[in-house]
Design a binder for this molecule. Structure first.
Ligand code: NAP
Ligand code: GDD
Length: 373
C-alpha cells in the first residue's frame, strides 16, 4: 500500500486530496498544527478512517518535519501547507517567507536526511501568482515570472528550490503551477467565497451589503476537486516536471459577483466607475422571502480597504501541457457550474446556521422564562 504525506491537509486542497488518495487505495498521513481548538471542519469526516492518520508538525519547525517524514516513510509528499492569503502576506511578510519559502526547503531536506530521496516523490504547490505583473497572456510553463507580493516572492523560492533539488540530487520533485481554484470549502476571506457567502446572507436577510476591492481583477478560476486529481497525475508522470494547471477561461471579480447573486435570486446592475462603482439590485427572484425588499438597494460597494499595494490583475492559464502529457481535462467543471455549486452550498449553510442560531435564541429565552429547566 502506498503512503502519502500531505502538508496542509486541513486546507481546501488538502482535504479534497486526502479523500481522493484514500479513494485510490493510499494510506494517507496529514500534518496538522497544534491548535487550542480541536475541531478541523474540512477533515472531520475523515478522522477515524483506518487509512487516515494525523501528525503534529509545523512548516516553520525543521525537527517536526524530519520526525514526520521519518515516521511515515512516504512514497509521495504533497506539500500544500502555506500562508496562502496574498493580502495577508503584505502584513506578515517574514512569516510568509518562513513557511512558504524556507518551509519547502525543510521538506526537501527532511526527505534527504531520512535517506528517502530515491523512494519519495514530492509535489510542490506552486502558483499562478508567480506570473504576477504578467508579461504574457495567456501564461504557460515558459512565461517569465514577475512575482508581485511577498507571498509570490516566497513561492518563487519554493519553485526554484524544488527545481534545484531535482537537478542537484536527482530527486523526483515537481511543481504544479496552479491557477486559482475554488470550492464549497474555500476559505471565507478569498474573494469567491466571500461573495457566495454574502450573496446567500443578503438573499436571506442576514447581511446588508458586500464590500469588495478591485472588481476588474481577472482570474482563471477552476474547481478545487478537479485540481487535486492533477496533483496526483503530476506525481504519476514518468519524470519530474513542472505543469500549469488552469481552465483557459478568464472572468472578472465583477462577473463572479453578478453570477453568484443571480444564483441567490438577485439581479445586479453595475453603476459608476472605480472606487465609486456599485452593484444595485434591479430585480429579485420570486422565491426570495417577500419581507426582504432589495430592489433599488446598493448591495455591493467598493472599499479601498481591500485594495492591495500591488495587485495581480490578469491571470489566464494555458493548460495544454497538462492536457497532452497527463491527459488532464480542464473542462470538467465549468465556471458557471462552479459558481452555482458554491452558492447552492452557502445558501444551505446560511439557512442551517440561522436555524441553529434561532434554536439557541429560543432556548435562552425559554431558560430565562423558566419554560425549560
Ligand atoms: P488553504 O485552504 O489556506 O490551506 C493552507 C493549509 O496550510 C492549511 O491546512 C493550514 O493549516 C496549513 N498551514 C499554514 N501554515 C502552516 C504551518 N506553518 N505549518 C503547517 N501547516 C500550515 O490553502 P489551499 O487553497 O488549500 O491551497 C493549498 C496550497 O496551494 C497552498 O500552498 C497555496 O499557496 C497553494 N495554491 C493555492 C491555490 C488556490 O487557488 N487555492 C492556487 C495556487 C496555489 P491550518 O488549517 O492549521 O491553518
Ligand atoms: N480576497 C479578496 N477580498 N480579494 C479581492 C477582494 C476582496 O474583498 N476584492 C477584490 N479582490 C481581488 C484581489 O485583489 C485579487 O485580484 C482577486 O480578487 C483574487 O483575490 P483572492 O481570492 O484573495 O485570491 P488571489 O488570486 O489573491 O490568491 C489565491 O490564488 C492564488 C493563485 O493565483 C490564493 O489561493 C493563493 O494562495 C494562490 O496562490
Amino acid at each position: 500500500m502506498k503512503r502519502a504525506l500531505i502538508t496542509g491537509v486541513t486546507g481546501q486542497d488538502g482535504s479534497y486530496l486526502a479523500e481522493f488518495l484514500i479513494g485510490k487505495g493510499y494510506d494517507v498521513h496529514g500534518v496538522i498544527r497544534r491548535s487550542s481548538v480541536d475541531y478541523r471542519e474540512r477533515i472531520a469526516h475523515l478522522e477515524g478512517h483506518e487509512h487516515f492518520h494525523l501528525h503534529y508538525g509545523d512548516m516553520s519547525d525543521t525537527l517536526s518535519m524530519v520526525q514526520t517524514v521519518r515516521a511515515v516513510q512516504p512514497h509521495e509528499i504533497y506539500n500544500l501547507a502555506a500562508q496562502s492569503h496574498v493580502q495577508v502576506s503584505f502584513d506578515a511578510p517574514e512569516y510568509t517567507a518562513n513557511v512558504d519559502a524556507t518551509g519547502v526547503l525543510r521538506i526537501l531536506e527532511a526527505v534527504r536526511q531520512c535517506g528517502l530521496e530515491k523512494q519519495c516523490r514530492i509535489y510542490q504547490a506552486s502558483t499562478s501568482e508567480l506570473y504576477g505583473r504578467v508579461e504574457q497572456v495567456p501564461q504557460n510553463e515558459n512565461t517569465p515570472f514577475h512575482p508581485y507580493s511577498p507571498y509570490a516572492v516566497a513561492k518563487l523560492y519554493g519553485y526554484w528550490i524544488v527545481k534545484e533539488y531535482r537537478e542537484a540530487y536527482g530527486m523526483f520533485c515537481s511543481n504544479g503551477i496552479l491557477f486559482n481554484h475554488e470550492s464549497e470549502r474555500r476559505g471565507e476571506t478569498f474573494v469567491t467565497r466571500k461573495i457566495t457567502l454574502a450573496a446567500a446572507r443578503i438573499s436571506q436577510g442576514h447581511q446588508e451589503k458586500l464590500y469588495l476591492g478591485n472588481l476588474s481583477s481577472l482570474r482563471d478560476w477552476g474547481y478545487a476537486k478537479d485540481y487535486v486529481e492533477c496533483m496526483w497525475l503530476i506525481l504519476q508522470y514518468n519524470e519530474p516536471d513542472d505543469f500549469v494547471i488552469a481552465t483557459g477561461q478568464q472572468h472578472s471579480v465583477r462577473d463572479f459577483c453578478q453570477l453568484a447573486f443571480h444564483h441567490a435570486g438577485i439581479e445586479l446592475e453595475w453603476r459608476g466607475q472605480g472606487p465609486d462603482e456599485k452593484g444595485v439590485c434591479i430585480a429579485v427572484n420570486s422565491s426570495l422571502p417577500s419581507a426582504i425588499n432589495l430592489i433599488g438597494k446598493t448591495l455591493v460597494e467598493v472599499s479601498p480597504d481591500f485594495y492591495r499595494p500591488t495587485d495581480v490583475v490578469n491571470l489566464l492559464g494555458d493548460p495544454t501541457k497538462a492536457q497532452q502529457l497527463l491527459g488532464w481535462n480542464p473542462e470538467k467543471t465549468s465556471f458557471e457550474k462552479l459558481v452555482e455549486l458554491m452558492v447552492e452550498s452557502d445558501m444551505a449553510k446560511v439557512a442551517s446556521d440561522h436555524a441553529a442560531a434561532k434554536v439557541r435564541c429560543n432556548l435562552a429565552e425559554y431558560l430565562e422564562k423558566g419554560i425549560v429547566k
